[in-house]
Ligand binder design. Structure first.
Ligand code: FA5
Ligand code: MG
Length: 478
């Protein structure tokens, strides 16, 4: 990469928001950072620019197309030493310029809002697509991603390949069928999953990419991305979150040498690898393995970490069902797979109390995290909570009808109030035997992370919620 190329690619200096909005399919958002290196040690990282890179630059800069498709753009330039710097310090440094892709191609409105009657994606969800929090290296999710990558780079043998901008819109085939999710599994229901049309979904887990990546011939890899689920609302659940998938394939010679069968070998290796990863992140932390069930693994486990007086599930994993591996060109081999929630790990690690905070642009949050401050095992960064604004509680009671689900209610509340809703909890449930009707009462907690809310605005939101419940949801309010 020459200087002119760099200058042009970063020509448009933009604010993050404008840049995201200006992104076109095929473009990438770049953060250009200059690293000053002396004797192999990075002395300084200087953000130079945030700019839009158009496909034309990619060709000019001679970046392999495959790397761009995967968003693995990391151009290092061995630049001429800056004379000023050399003079000041009396030795000659080398300057590397790293251009890192920090935003993947934006997903277009047309791709998401298909007009299909099966479509159940909301504006609120669409507004989160393309934010790619995991591409921001100083964001808690970017920090966790990089620390885990670093761990997998230290494992013996061949490095794990990394994919962090595979498109979140996938076929039901990829999301469900390829990983053997039964036809009648609840996760296929539009109550749980966002559908673009009957055959296309917003992926609900990164496992959707297992088969295609294996088919491409990769035998140890990590996939990181945003995943989408219609879910309840509380401090540890959010309808958009980030997962990292890991897959590793073994050859028969490996378990034969150990004198155990393939499944036992893979299960043991899996647990050791993930325990190592957890220690790399946390140092000493209380963790435990729990038996679990996933359609795509057998045996299956979940790892839980002790957080704020409770066990919090942070990942699921297991030995890959042979049928998946066989169907992807891995006959006769064995593999393990895991899927972890980046937010959950970040919450424990940095003591972040509410999952909504990951999405805030409030500098009192974003400025607290710097990639360089993190020390594996020693944590280093702890979130200092800024003043909590008072909550505002509103109850709504109604007679339940056949179509009612909690996920639907949460989705409607989220559409109306966005991140101002902290949680939605069922506080009363009874059946009136005489009239044979069931009554529910939900308590909605509204609270902003950034400011005090006024009574008027909460009343207006709550009124809209009630109107939607009585109208669209067909509920009889009490
Ligand atoms: C899965 O998604 C499996 N695909 C994981 C897996 C992969 C298992 C490969 C075996 C082999 P699960 O639904 O439990 O599993 O989600 C995995 C992790 O995502 C959870 O452990 C949790 O850390 C996180 N998670 C799940 N739901 C949410 C949510 N609504 N908000 C934030 N994090 C969540
Ligand atoms: Mg789970």
């Amino acid at each position: 990469m020459n200087d002119a190329g760099l200058a042009e690619s970063a020509a448009e200096d933009l604010k993050w928001h404008d840049a995201m909005n200006a992104l076109q399919p095929g473009n990438r958002l770049l953060r250009v950072v200059e690293e000053e290196v002396y004797e192999g040690r990075c002395l300084a990282k200087i953000p130079v620019a945030l700019g839009i890179r158009e496909p034309a630059y990619n060709r000019r800069l001679n970046v392999p197309a495959s790397a761009l498709e995967r968003g693995e753009l990391s151009i290092r330039r061995q630049a001429a030493p800056t004379p000023k710097w050399r003079n000041a310090r009396g030795f000659e440094p080398s300057t590397k310029t790293l251009a890192t892709a920090v935003g993947a191609p934006a997903v277009t409105r047309e791709e998401v809002f298909s007009g299909d009657p099966y479509n159940n994606v909301s504006e609120n969800i669409f507004s989160k697509m393309g934010r790619n929090l995991h591409h921001q290296e100083d964001h808690p999710l970017g920090i966790i991603k990089n620390v885990i990558w670093e761990y997998f780079d230290t494992l013996d043998g061949k490095a794990f390949e990394k994919f962090d901008d595979l498109k979140p819109i996938v076929s039901t085939e990829m999301n469900f069928d390829q990983v053997l999710v039964p036809k009648d599994h609840v996760s296929r229901s539009p109550n749980d999953t966002y559908y673009v049309d009957e055959e296309t979904v917003l992926r609900c887990h990164t496992s959707a990419h297992q088969t295609e990546t294996l088919q491409q011939g990769h035998d140890r890899f990590l996939v990181i991305g945003d995943v989408y689920r219609r879910d309840t609302i509380d401090a540890t659940h959010y309808p958009v979150f980030h997962q990292m998938e890991g897959v590793r394939v073994f050859e028969p010679a490996e378990w034969e040498a150990a004198g155990v069968d393939g499944t036992e070998f893979a299960a043991k290796e899996l647990k050791e690898t993930l325990e190592g990863m957890t220690r790399h992140l946390f140092g000493n932390v209380e963790m435990r393995w729990v038996d679990a069930y996933f359609p795509f693994t057998e045996p299956s486990f979940e790892l839980e970490i002790f957080f704020k007086g409770e066990w919090l599930e942070v990942l699921g994993c297991g030995v890959m069902q042979q049928q998946i591996l066989d169907g992807a060109g891995g006959e006769g081999k064995k593999a393990w797979a895991f899927g972890l929630g980046l937010e959950r790990l970040a919450m424990v690690l940095f003591e972040i109390p509410d999952i909504r905070l990951f999405w805030t642009e409030d500098e009192r949050f974003t400025k607290q995290f710097k990639a360089g401050d993190f020390t594996p095992g020693g944590a280093g960064i702890k979130f200092q909570s800024f003043s909590k604004f008072p909550p505002c509680l509103k109850d709504v009671s109604f007679w339940v009808n056949d179509e009612f689900t909690e996920n639907n209610l949460c989705e409607q509340v989220r559409n109306i109030a966005g991140d101002l809703v902290e949680n939605v909890v069922l506080i009363d449930d009874f059946t009136n035997k005489k009239i044979n009707k069931r009554s529910n009462c939900y308590r909605i907690t509204y609270r902003s992370m950034e400011r005090s809310l006024t009574n008027e605005e909460i009343d207006a939101l709550q009124e809209k919620v009630r109107e939607t419940m009585a109208g669209e949801m067909g509920l009889e309010l009490r």
